[in-house]
Design a protein around this ligand. Structure first.
Ligand code: NAP
Length: 257
């Protein structure tokens, strides 16, 4: 872990800071590593997998970043407030927020339990709301910044067995567009990325026949690598994307077009 100096991590102040949720594994880790390579320092938020988060920190450091992991359930407004406070104490500022943490609890509507609906919406949608709200004053003060919300092609198309997940991901699109309008006058852009099927732990449990069926519905004929989603996030937080806001970028091999 990097050493602290006068409350701030001892870091190169010319590097911008990105806070990525769900950064210990999968897409979030690929985003964190990519942003480290692009010159960002990294605050990585994870739910409980300390080993994976330590590996992600080490990978970001290997790419030249100062990086620190924060354990936080994004569904809890109190935990998010404390975590954002700690990140601002440690790093001094945040330029880019990537709301990527997400979970699934699939099941047909007729059998879906209240807690399965509430938890998925709580992590995927309320989590992004909690994080964005907690950082909004800092974004407004610095008159610039980037927010990227990880939606899903399922939020655009719906999917049998994922009413909770699709609702959370469609909700993220409304959140994205509303916050984009609110923060545009302060120079903060807010966009969403909608991946199709990506090879991560989230899809690893799918039986091979189901993967083959999905591949048949994807014009490009294969699942994505996490780095292919990260590439779009890296663009959206870059200076080159300064005039892009309120957009939803599909990264789905053509599935939802
Ligand atoms: P993943 O491999 O299952 O990783 C999930 C990440 O989220 C982990 O870092 C996990 O932390 C973290 N997390 C889970 N619950 C959290 C909570 N309550 N608070 C904070 N962090 C939490 O997932 P993934 O496939 O990379 O997906 C990342 C995002 O992309 C999700 O929003 C997902 O819905 C979206 N997405 C995925 C796909 C796909 O095909 N994989 C497609 C479209 C959209 P721990 O390691 O500590 O558990």
């Amino acid at each position: 872990m990097p050493s602290s100096k006068e409350g701030l991590l001892f870091r190169d102040a010319s590097r911008r800071v990105a806070l990525v949720t769900g950064a210990s594994r999968g897409i979030g880790r690929a985003v964190a590593e990519g942003l480290a390579a692009d010159g960002f320092d990294l605050a990585l938020v994870y739910a409980g997998n300390a080993e994976a988060s330590a590996e992600a920190v080490a990978a970001c450091e290997a790419a030249g970043a100062t990086a620190r992991a924060y354990r936080c359930d994004v569904a809890s407004a109190d935990e998010v407030k404390a975590t954002v406070g700690a990140v601002l104490d440690d790093f001094g500022a945040v330029w880019a927020l990537v709301n990527n943490a997400g979970v699934t609890r699939d099941g047909l509507l007729v059998r879906m339990k209240d807690e399965d609906f509430e938890r998925v919406v709580g992590v995927n949608l309320t989590g992004a709301f909690n994080m964005t709200r907690a950082l909004t004053r800092a974004f407004m003060r610095q008159r610039g910044g980037r927010v990227v919300n990880m939606s899903s092609a399922v939020g655009l198309m719906g999917n049998a067995g994922q009413a909770n997940y699709a609702a959370s991901k469609a909700g993220l699109i409304g959140l994205t567009k509303s916050v984009a309008r609110e923060l545009a006058p302060r120079g903060v852009t807010v966009n969403a990325v909608a991946p199709g099927f990506v090879r991560t732990d989230m899809t690893a449990a799918l039986p091979e026949q189901v993967v083959e069926r999905y591949e048949g519905q994807i014009p490009l004929g294969r699942l994505a690598d996490p780095s292919e989603v990260a590439a779009v996030v890296r663009f959206l937080v870059s200076n080159a994307a300064a005039y892009v806001t309120g957009e939803v970028v599909r990264v789905d091999g053509g599935m939802a077009m």
